[in-house]
Design a protein around this ligand. Structure first.
Ligand code: HEM
Length: 362
């Protein structure tokens, strides 16, 4: 066998021969079309890597009993996704070196192609959990009408498969820590919350710097907070709100996620905490990318429509707000209470949540 040669290994013949400028084909060469193509191609390569990582994570989680020993791999790969996302955000600055006037030299040649048709981007969204029901109406429509039959069929197939959001729900629901023999953790937590809210109420009522009107205003806020807490303690209320779209996770999964945030210092809880934190980071970094892309688009197009036919910046602004995945994990913070008010866990449970080391010297 011939010794491996760098260019052959990387198929650079194909890779470096894949930049065909539309403007050149039409005899009106636009210099900046090259950086436009290369930036998009670089994105697609990174998207491919993200899809590859997410597929492997889904495979690990798509198991009735997720193997704990695989969690380190999951964390490591999610961290890789996160690191790539930083690069993706940074790369917007490269495309921004095209000025709006330079973009106009070839923009018309791109119609009706658009980032809308980035199948890998949509795959990432769906794999994470942005299925059609969670998309804004305009996005749902474009999703179906701007793609080839083959691409659409591929995405439809993916919609039927479990997403990371759904698999995380499953995993959280099965978390064993919430089954305590005769200790009702949630009752103890509810009492601790009530104590915290009663203390807040006292502080408001005794605050001499507030007028009666201001006090009433703050007390109303407190009542709203109490109601929000009740929705978490009461499964049927929670499910009603979930139906209206206020929550995506199931009740049991939400409680597990809350428990993980409250007791993350316990050694056994730390890995689930790291996992949920990485999901938050990834969701947030996609939002950061969407926002930076939307602002770049406004700078490039003003209020012109996109080549794919959307309202352009306004559409992208709406997807930045709406196309989020792990919204429940963000809103979880509403239900946290200070560490010193946390119910003490039974010693047997604390031991189970610790590390065991039987070889300790006497
Ligand atoms: C001159 C630079 C760019 C402009 C003016 C631009 C403009 C737009 C516009 C207006 C849309 C909305 C759909 C439409 O009506 O076409 C869009 C969507 C999109 N663009 Fe860009 N874009 C640019 C660069 C990029 C780059 C470098 C990427 C990297 C892959 C990208 C990825 C996407 C994606 C994935 C969408 C779909 C977003 C979604 O539906 O939420 N765009 N772009």
């Amino acid at each position: 066998m011939d010794p491996l040669y760098y260019g052959d290994y990387l198929h650079l013949d194909k890779l470096l021969d894949a930049q065909h400028l539309e403007s050149e084909k039409r005899n009106r060469a636009a210099h900046d079309e090259m950086v436009f193509i290369i930036t998009h191609q670089t994105y697609e390569l990174w998207f491919k890597q993200i899809v590859f990582e997410l597929e492997s994570i889904i495979k690990i989680f798509d198991d009735p009993r997720v193997q704990e020993t695989k969690m380190a791999t999951v964390l490591h790969r999610l961290n890789r996704v996160k690191t790539i996302q930083w690069v993706l955000i940074q790369q917007i600055d490269v495309i921004k070196t095209i000025t709006p006037m330079d973009f106009l030299e070839f923009r018309d040649l791109l119609v009706p192609a658009s980032g809308f048709q980035s199948i890998q981007f949509k795959q990432i969204e769906i794999m994470l959990g942005i299925k059609r029901k969670f998309r804004i109406a305009a996005d749902q429509e474009f999703f179906c009408t701007r793609l080839t039959k083959t691409d659409k069929a591929e995405l439809d197939k993916l919609e039927e498969k479990p997403s990371i959001l759904e698999l995380t729900d499953d995993w959280l629901r099965k978390m064993p820590f919430l089954e305590f023999d005769d200790f009702n953790f949630w009752q103890a937590y509810e009492a601790a919350v009530e104590k915290m809210l009663a203390s807040d109420e006292k502080i408001i009522k005794e605050n001499v710097t507030l007028t009666d009107r201001e006090k009433q205003f703050q007390l109303n806020d407190l009542t709203a907070t109490r109601t929000r807490f009740q929705s978490v303690f009461d499964e049927s209320k929670f499910n009603e709100l979930r139906k209206q779209g206020d929550f995506r996770l199931s009740h049991q999964a939400f409680l597990s996620a809350l428990f993980v945030h409250l007791y993350r210092d316990e050694p056994m809880i730390y890995t689930p905490f790291r996992y949920l934190s990485l999901l938050l980071d990834i969701d947030e970094l996609f939002t950061n990318w969407r926002q930076k892309h939307a602002v770049m688009v406004q700078r490039m197009l003003g209020t012109k429509i996109g080549t794919g036919g959307s309202s352009g910046h306004d559409y992208l602004d709406a997807t930045t707000k709406q196309n989020r995945v792990f919204t429940d994990l963000y809103n979880l913070s509403t239900f946290l209470i200070p560490r010193e008010d946390l119910p003490e866990l039974p010693s047997e449970l604390r031991r189970a949540l610790g590390y065991f080391f039987s070889g300790q010297k006497k």
